[in-house]
Design a protein around this ligand. Structure first.
Ligand SMILES: Nc1nc2c(ncn2[C@@H]2O[C@H](COP(=O)(O)OP(=O)(O)OP(=O)(O)O)[C@@H](O)[C@H]2O)c(=O)[nH]1
Ligand SMILES: [Mg+2]
Length: 412
């Protein structure tokens, strides 16, 4: 591919180095291109480089680096190695490329995160992830970066704090962790209140750019940002959803990406955690895209996050599908953009909750109140009948929680 020389423009130009290690290398390069655009930069070209394995010192081997150095000579491009670079690999490669700016996939994604975080918690999480990433890489990089100016990898904390010493960064990491843990506690309180009110919760989960925010907007008039770019959403947003008179809370979440570095997943663990404690997840896929990979990535990331949630598979962007073959058979086909299939989705939600709950009669002797109290948050108490030695409670309980109430169960 020809290398674009855009010397006159100020937008950062990024040249992708894609090692050929797996069969999906072309899709990975195409995804890197979308990431570059989402970061507000331009893709200057792609080089596919055949390697037998990743070289621990130079990623693609010194011979390949030499050739690359010649090819890029005189061109003002940043080089993206579409993988994870260790601190020493970054330094070695940059040196071999005459001090050129070199970034990896995590740096690129962190940059998009820094642009897109809107809430204070989201910003704190991104800053923490950036600092943790930067910390082991500080040695020798400050000088190199100040020479190279701004752009990807220097936004956020990178810009102001590179020259400060590691001890201060360490202190900032600790402060951020404390602040985030306070916020987490506060969120847990909200979560408990919701559970007490027996509000049923639904989360929109799935690969990035599949239309989760568009669906939230359609269902709830939330007015959240939806855009044809990766990681448009970073912060979770929750809105009330009413279906046929039943109330739910619907939460939009950050999208997933294949090969998302573990450090990035853990950066969003705590906000995702509450979204994952939902009663139902709608896993949104792009029916026109590689939906199998999207679903597999989503399920794998959920597993990594320890979230075991019941889910429905929603195939979005299906307005122009001509065949419904090759999809999981339980898929619900919709188009969030054009409002197609929404009734069927709502019915599926109602069916799920209808079958997921049981109405039971509990008999709680007054002497057992202390044992019963902690269970209240799992029950939607509907009616009380106070007897001499016990109270009879009619309640709606999720079937998955019924076992907790066994000692109090009168009939069911
Ligand atoms: N053709 C078509 N496009 C859609 C549909 N739903 C959403 N889109 C488009 O897909 C793009 C991504 O939509 P978002 O709602 O931002 O997707 P998201 O899953 O929230 O993405 P992230 O927050 O970046 O993970 C936007 O350009 C939407 O207009 C649909 O049903 N059909
Ligand atoms: Mg979104």
């Amino acid at each position: 591919m020809e290398i674009i020389d855009n010397t006159k423009q100020e937008i950062e130009k990024i040249y992708i180095i894609q090692p050929i290690l797996r069969t999906d290398y072309k899709a990975l390069a195409a995804e890197a291109e979308s990431l570059i655009e989402s970061a507000g930069a331009l893709c200057a070209g792609v080089s596919f480089i055949e390697v037998r394995e990743i070289n621990p010192a130079t990623f693609i081997g010194s011979g390949n680096l030499e050739k690359l150095c010649g090819r890029l000579s005189g061109l003002p491009v940043t080089v993206l190695f579409n993988g994870d670079l260790s601190p020493s690999q970054t330094l070695n490669i940059s040196a071999a490329l005459d001090g050129r700016k070199v970034i990896d996939r995590t740096t690129l994604i962190l940059d998009i995160f820094a642009r897109n975080a809107k809430t204070s918690e989201g910003k704190l999480q991104v800053e923490l992830a950036q600092l943790k990433y930067l910390y082991p890489r500080l040695k020798g990089k400050g000088e190199a970066l100040s020479r190279l100016g701004g752009g990807i990898g220097t936004r956020g904390p990178g810009e102001t704090k590179l020259e400060t010493d590691r001890r201060r960064i360490r202190a900032r990491i600790v402060a951020l962790e404390n602040r985030l843990s306070d916020l987490k506690q506060r969120r847990q309180l909200v979560q408990e209140r919701r559970e007490k009110q027996a509000l049923r919760t639904i989360s929109l989960i799935g690969y990035t750019n599949t239309g989760k925010s568009t669906l939230l907007n359609l269902l709830t008039d939330a007015g959240v940002y939806a855009e044809d770019r990766l990681f448009a959403t970073l912060d979770t947003t929750t809105r009330k959803l009413i279906v046929d008179g039943s109330e739910f809370l619907l939460t939009d979440t950050v999208g997933f990406l294949r090969e998302l570095p573990h450090s990035l997943i853990s950066a969003f663990h705590s906000t995702l955690e509450s979204a994952l404690q939902c009663d139902l997840a709608l896993i949104v896929c792009d029916a026109r895209g590689d939906h199998e990979m999207q679903l597999a990535t989503t399920l794998e990331t959920l597993r990594e996050l320890g979230g075991e949630v019941p889910y429905l598979i929603v195939m979005n962007k299906s307005e122009e599908l001509t065949s419904f073959d090759g999809y999981p058979k339980e898929s619900i086909f919709i188009s969030a953009k054009y409002g197609i299939g929404i009734e069927a989705l709502k019915n599926a939600i109602l069916r799920f909750f209808g079958s997921g709950w049981a109405e039971v009669l509990l008999r709680v002797p007054y002497a057992w109140m202390a044992a019963y109290s902690p269970l209240k948050k799992y029950a939607d108490e509907l009616q009380f009948n106070y007897l001499e030695d016990a109270v009879l409670i009619k309640a709606r309980i999720r079937k998955t929680q019924l076992h907790r109430f066994q000692p109090f169960m009168e009939q069911h």
